[in-house]
Design a binder for this molecule. Structure first.
Ligand SMILES: Nc1ncnc2c1ncn2[C@@H]1O[C@H](COP(=O)(O)OP(=O)(O)O)[C@@H](O)[C@H]1O
Ligand SMILES: [Mg+2]
Length: 353
């Protein structure tokens, strides 16, 4: 049972209504492997076991679940069942149609189906690191300067000084972010730009590389509750790892290393207040809804910058991973996985009622 009576009542009403909860996701076909760049394209997707387990939890909450992979025919499938669907639980990264990508949010808005998470406008912004940053900057939020490269031979802007970091513009889960992403000179920059642009068939975003503490902030509900802040311990990575939350760290090291994720992060009150204020500003400025996770990092002088917004954030069940950031932060706040799922669903349903 949820402690929040309003949430619990809304969930019970939904279940009584007999409507379906359509769970939409992307499936990956190979586990991310830093030595096999072909696997990078699906890093942001989920293993079939994760999706099965997630579905099991949703059913355990009492929801009649309709599971749908976000393949090209998902619009048709949602359209057919439109009248029976009460809510879409959006856990998908994108619908891939040949070379084009679109968000499930656009389909739901078109069909008039309610869904978890923010509007399509916000979702599209959040999926593009440069556009999201530019919107946040307009609202006075501190973000690092950046340069977007659609072609690897474009000249480097004069305000971009090495060391720099090269990232895919529209990926998540550290896809394309490896030990080689931090570049010290022109030669390394060009090599990495060719790799990232070619691999993901999309632009690369280049930013100054900053080396202070990193914080990830998970938020749920409307208005949002800020969950205990997570700090990946980048100071004590084994030799050979660059101090970033890279693919190597996230997919090879993190699960084994007991002390890599610190939650709640140990923060002095001013820093904690500053991080939370920033997180709320990001939430408001991008009009986020129901759930999200915000990644931030400090520079050497302790100034905090927002790196990106994760929407939808990873929600891997605890049986599969104990280091999935948002469920981990929720657990630290006393919210177990099923109650986390119910909180997200109830938050969305309450927005529409
Ligand atoms: N400008 C930067 N300076 C220092 N580290 C960075 C910077 N941008 C990203 N990182 C590191 O790379 C990781 C992944 O970058 P992020 O922008 O969060 O992409 P993803 O969507 O893959 O999580 C971050 O968690 C951080 O450790
Ligand atoms: Mg991130």
């Amino acid at each position: 049972m949820l402690k929040n009576i309003r949430f619990q009542t809304r969930i019970s009403d939904f279940i009584k209504s007999g409507k379906l909860l359509a769970f939409v996701y992307n499936i990956r076909h190979a586990y991310p492997d830093p030595n096999d760049p072909h696997t990078f394209l699906e890093t942001d997707y989920d293993d079939p076991e994760t999706i099965d387990c997630f579905t099991k939890h949703l059913k355990n909450c009492g929801f009649p679940v309709l599971s749908l992979e976000a393949t090209a025919d998902v619009e048709e499938k949602l359209g057919e069942k439109k009248e029976d669907i009460g809510l879409v639980f959006n856990y998908s990264e994108a619908i891939i149609e040949g070379d084009r990508k679109k968000q499930i949010t656009s389909v739901c808005e078109k069909l008039g189906i309610s869904f978890t998470g923010p509007s399509d406008k916000t979702q599209v912004l959040a999926r593009n690191k440069a556009k999201a940053k530019s919107e946040m900057k307009k609202h006075g939020i501190s973000v690092l300067p950046d340069q977007v490269f659609s072609d690897s031979s474009e000249p480097l802007a004069s305000n971009m000084r090495f060391p720099l970091i090269v990232k895919p513009i529209g990926q998540g889960s550290s896809a394309g972010i490896t030990n080689k992403s931090v570049v010290e000179n022109e030669k390394e920059l060009r090599k990495q730009l060719i790799e990232v642009i070619g691999r993901f068939n999309d632009s690369a975003i280049v930013e100054p590389f900053i080396t202070g503490r990193e914080f990830s902030i998970a938020l749920i509900g409307n208005p949002p509750q800020i969950l205990p802040i997570i700090e990946p311990n980048l100071k004590s990575l084994p030799k050979g790892y660059v101090a970033i939350d890279s693919l190597e760290v996230k997919w090879l090291y993190e699960e084994e290393a007991q002390d890599h994720l610190m939650c709640p992060a140990i923060l002095d009150p001013d820093l904690k207040a500053g991080i939370e204020k920033t997180a709320r500003q990001v939430w408001d400025s991008l009009e986020l809804k129901d759930l999200c996770r915000i990644d931030t990092r400090c520079d050497e002088d302790g100034n905090l910058y927002v790196l990106e917004v994760n929407s939808p954030p990873g929600l891997i069940p605890p049986e599969i991973s104990t280091t999935s950031y948002l469920p981990l932060a929720a657990r630290k706040a006393g919210i177990e996985y099923d109650n986390l799922l119910k909180t997200i669903v109830a938050s969305a349903l309450l927005r529409y009622s």
